[in-house]
Design a binder for this molecule. Structure first.
Ligand code: CS2
Ligand code: MN
Length: 346
């Protein structure tokens, strides 16, 4: 198990100097943020991330994310060019020593929350998802916006993109994911890089857009699409657990022995009724997940990949990127490292 920490690059208010002081962290998880989705990352930018990390004694072996261009997800004519660019990024990252690339296959929207700053009883602030609020939103009308939405699209662009998805079904997405993996996995094999798909967050269709990486059945189907162990998963506890029907411990025990969990996002959520939830501190006693049971299942199925604390609350007056402040994630990292030590020394 390698405990890592997400860093948003030189503009992140959390510095590498802070990260190196969190006990137990061996490396960072980051990305090149200056290149448009679908294009090739310059070697100098990759090298600069590696140099900065290593100067602070931290490894740079995990990228989150190399985003997948919408044309690939749509299976649009000409998307081969974007698949080829993706392959080139895999080669360049492999040459720089990266071992694991996280990505997702969610149409248009990445993680979705209705609140970025819900005040919890202890005075901390957390991200939250309210089912009714999200259901009432029609993104095409655009009069309502959700916090954290990708502001890189204008209203017109968003409308046009949603139009392109209007006939796309879950089956279409599976077919296009299969085509993407057929192109990229052979390059991962050569480059020594694991590809790790992040589950859809939340793991159900939103705004009429299909979502396919949602639970155990998805993993069964994903692994069958391409049998290489390079074709793996970022197991995000909080994303999958948002659907109370997902039994995470069962998922870990069932698929763990296949060694396709290359990266784990460990975070806790608290179910607040139906499919609503709020994000909690990492400790089991703060949320709905039994973190000790989940880490034990990982340990017992031979997990040897990367792990990181996922979203944290805002505590102690910190201001920063929602979910990605320093303090609560650092507490989470120490807790997870402590659990792992206790489990592995039994
Ligand atoms: C992350 C995702 O902040 C988060 O919730 O887990 O944004 C994740 O980086 C992407 O979905 C992976 O491509
Ligand atoms: Mn995650």
């Amino acid at each position: 198990m390698n405990m890592t920490f997400r860093w948003y690059g030189p503009d992140d208010p959390v510095s590498l100097g802070h990260i190196r002081q969190i006990p137990g962290i061996t490396g960072i998880v980051t990305a090149v943020y200056t290149v448009p989705v679908g294009e090739v990352w310059p070697r100098e930018e990759i090298a600069s991330l590696k140099r900065r990390a290593e100067e602070k004694g931290l490894a740079f072996e995990v990228v989150e994310s190399v985003p997948v261009h919408e044309d690939i997800k749509l299976g649009a004519p000409g998307c081969e060019r974007f698949i080829e660019n993706y392959c080139e990024n895999v080669r360049r990252l492999g040459e720089a020593g990266v071992k694991c690339i996280c990505y997702n296959f969610m149409p248009v929207f990445d993680w979705t929350r209705s609140e970025l700053s819900r005040k919890l009883p202890d005075g901390s602030y957390a991200l939250a998802y309210d089912e009714e609020t999200v259901r009432a939103i029609d993104p095409v009308k655009g009069e309502l916006r959700l916090p954290g939405w990708d502001e890189s699209y204008t209203k017109e662009e968003l409308w046009a993109l949603l139009q392109r998805y209007s006939q796309v079904t879950g089956e279409d997405l599976w077919r296009n994911l299969g085509r993407f993996l057929d192109g990229v996995i052979p390059v991962c094999e050569e480059a020594g890089v694991n590809l790790a798909i992040h589950p859809d967050d939340p793991p159900w269709p939103i705004f009429g857009l299909p979502r396919i990486i949602t639970g155990a059945d998805s993993y069964e189907r994903l692994f069958a699409l391409n049998e290489s162990p390079r074709n793996g998963v970022t197991l995000c506890f909080g994303s999958l657990a948002a659907d109370p029907q997902n039994d995470l411990e069962e998922i870990i025990r069932r698929f763990g022995p296949e060694h396709r969990f290359h990266f784990v996002h460990a975070r806790n959520i608290k179910h607040t009724g139906g499919r609503s939830f709020e994000e909690a501190a990492h400790l089991s006693l703060c949320g709905s997940l039994d973190m000790a049971a989940l880490l034990t299942a990982l340990y017992e199925t031979g997990f040897d990949g990367y792990i990181r604390p996922d979203h944290g609350r805002m505590i102690w007056g910190e201001k920063g990127r929602p979910g990605y402040g320093l303090y609560d994630r650092a507490l989470g990292a120490c807790y997870l490292t402590g659990l792992w030590e206790a489990i592995s020394k039994r």
